[in-house]
Design a protein around this ligand. Sequence first.
Ligand code: MOS
Length: 739
Amino acid sequence: MKFDTPATTNPIDQLRIVGKPTRRIDGGLKTTGTAPYAYERHDAVKNAAYGVIVGSAIARGRIVGMDQRAAKAAPGVLAIVSARNAGKLGKGDKNTALLLGGPDIEHYHQAVAIVVAETFEQARDAAMLLRIDYEKADGQFDLAAAMDTAKPPRETPLTGPPTSKVGDFDAAFAAAPLRHDATYTTPDHSHAMMEPHATIAAWNGDHLTLWTSSQMIAWGVGDVAKTLGIGRKNVRLVSSFVGGGFGGKLFVRADAVMAALGAKAVGRPVKVALARPFIFNNGTHRPATIQRIRIGTEKDGRITAIAHESWSGDLKGGQPETAVSQTRLLYAGANRLTSMRLAELDLPEGNSMRAPGEASGLMALEIAIDEAAEKAGIDPVDFRAINDTQVDPEKPGRPFSQRQLVKCMRLGAERFGWSRRNATPARVRDGQWLVGYGMAAAFRNNLPMKSAARVKLDRHGIVTVETDMTDIGTGSYTIIAQTAAETMGVALDQVVVRLGDSDFPVSAGSGGQFGANNSTSGVYAACMKLRDRVARQAGIASADARFADGNVSDGRQALPLAKVAQAAGADGLVAEDGIEYGKLDKTYQQSTFGGHFVEVAVDAATGEIRVRRMLAVCASGRILNPLSARSQVIGAMTMGVGAALMEELVVDRRLGFFVNHDLAGYEVPVHADIPHQDVIFLDETDPISSPMKAKGVGELGLCGVAAAIANAVYNATGVRVRDYPITLDKFLDKLPPVA
Ligand code: MOS
């Protein structure tokens, strides 16, 4: 189905099932521990051996010797695979460093070998007996020190141009009556998803099956094939359940490739899970940024000049953190400058994590806007409203498909009790606590991506959907079932959803908050084709066919779908189709908007920060399932608290690795850290986005949160911290006197 003109009324608009708060159809499997995650696919794979990956102990240099004798002689050891005996390997399109290093080493904990043994314990013990000698080389591990060497990154459709200019920023900034100029920093972050990277690999002749934990099945198939030098057709990826990805599982990683190599070597299935302390440096991470923002403003609050420059680092050949993306679209202003610069660093591989780009960019921009508003003496909500734009500020001929930012902020202010905020910082006390309010705009783009599905109607009237879409904890199973039930006119429990298998049609996959809208649109397309087949089989003109209550009817006589399928033969009826987009995302800018409001309390004596309550108001097009969308946004808000107050990978600048590589040292917030969270969705449909009229929503819940907290801490204490995370050592000495 081609989607190149705005949606009109369609079966989804019935909203019998779509749009209703719906519990997860896979909830029972999750809560009973019977959902089949990759590492536990004993049902599918018998007699698996265990692999343990050995990582490089240096960040840069080369392996000059690997003594395997003791490891090979250890009990239970079946094979050791390293670059020396792995055969020729390629590199996946989505990988920057090789997933099996050696002799050259590109980063700390880059995989250099896998030890396969009968049991996990035997593999782990033998892995410790490998003696590897290295020749260390110097590396650059310090973003601040590498800033001067940073270069414009190559342009891609997602990053946009490295530099973008409109008008004359320098002149307008110099002439502006009010000027703000400050630099903000965000540290390296780790995904810290619950389920580690894990894979079971099994070869059948030259055909490889990987039960793995992946967000993007088709990308995975392509990159496994490319890495191993085999045809795509010889690779099957299965990822039925995923315990969180957050961007860390968008790409094939070492667990999958090393399990495949291990299994080949021992002629038997091999299972590999990355130990938690290995993930942080072996896997990818969100790169740190240094962001300079300048805002020139008229006395009435109108922005006349805005510049956002961001520096980040990655391995050679890597990509920038696109921290300026939102600044190209969020606020009006005639004179604009945005730029990204990429420094070559020898830290582990940087890549997408939890709303890459906007999450980092808004951490800086939305403090800067708070500061500019304060300089103008204008309330932060009003200041943002004054600078609202309904068109792409870089290309004014391009309107937003929908943009209800101001409504989100106004409604949020009202519900939150924003009018009770004291605009003068450090004036509100509650016993030992300094209390502050802060807010920020939320912004994240909506990405149309093609997505396909197969739908079957069987003789019992059961509708089965198959697509390689993944459910990474987000609720994909449920919204896909809702979509099929709505379109086919059957009850939710008459739909079976099968996901995460490369034998199924290729979907958008899960990432960049593009999963829900695109995958359900693909399912909708396949269901519309199935409706045609059903109508034809029933002898009803397609245009007259109505689907409701498990029947198809021509308006006079209702025929059970089960009967129609029976008449079609033993296999029932099957249809396969997908959604493909035209140019609507070129003609219109498609984005999602929101407002985040936060109340914090800061201990007047110790500087301890407590988030007391949070509110998010989101405008994201149609909300397919308000229950799972709310869970997504609440989880994202919690991640925002992490970014604001806790999360930081500490870089060892001598040795080039992340020191706090476990969940004891890398702290993330939990729900108990935030007593009260609220989410409001505007009643919105976006007919330009897709036939579902939905857009992304999950990542929007994160974008802007950290700045709202930073602004609340400022309002509570009068101290601006521009260096995340906001830990008490950064402001304790600046707090108002206690006595
Ligand atoms: Mo998301 S970081 O695109 O999985």
